[in-house]
Design a protein around this ligand. Sequence first.
Ligand code: UDP
Length: 243
Amino acid sequence: MNTSEKLERFKILEVPFNGIGYRAALDILLEFLRTDKNHLVVTPNPEAVMLAQRNSEFLEILNAADLVLPDAIGIILAAKWLNLPINERVPGCDITQDLLKLAKNSSCYLLGAAPTIAEKAAHNLRQQGVNVTGFRDGYYTPEEEPSIIAEIQALKPDILILGMGMPRQENWAFRHCQNLPCKITLCVGGTIDIVAGNVKRAPKIMRKAGLEWLYRLATNPSRAKRMLDLPRFVGAVILRGKR
Ligand code: UDP
């Protein structure tokens, strides 16, 4: 039995979360790096949980992942309401950067974000001593995909960071994960933008108050439509969560 199979999961609207804290999640990722299997790691927020209600393939992928980390405060509040032991946020963007800091002997490949952004993120990580073996933006054509797969297969990065938005990154990971010689495939949304310095995190005080979602909405109003899923999430958890 591998590490992730030993971990208990708790379902919120059919999405199974690993209720481990931040430090434990980081330790498990470091353990994955000592194995030969490619582990799929996803970081759903309430919007992802609601997408999974409408998209059964996406729900299946979340259920098949090796580690399902609660990215957002909404998941923690829902768990509280449902009396589930998911107590600490594990933001994908934080854990990715901490993992890269701790696993200096490991290599990584970035796939996602706009072309100049992916390049800037790779540059910034290399400046910090991270071994970035390659990068590619997330706006390639379908015809280009085989060459990207071939490049990743040739470079054999230990950690593959996918930042192509959901559900594209999860679909991609699920389709290719088993054929890629990586140890961790991390689906982490806008992390490449943050590493590049293109998108700023919310100030610490807002993050502590659980208001990062509000900061993201204020700084990027185009997210308003998808954020309509937040009240829908609250309603669904209250009405259906305890069934
Ligand atoms: N993106 C991409 N290819 C696409 C669509 C989006 O690489 O076809 C990138 C986009 O540039 C951004 C990230 O995916 O860097 C999406 O970030 P977001 O925070 O919206 O992630 P989500 O919350 O959807 O996982």
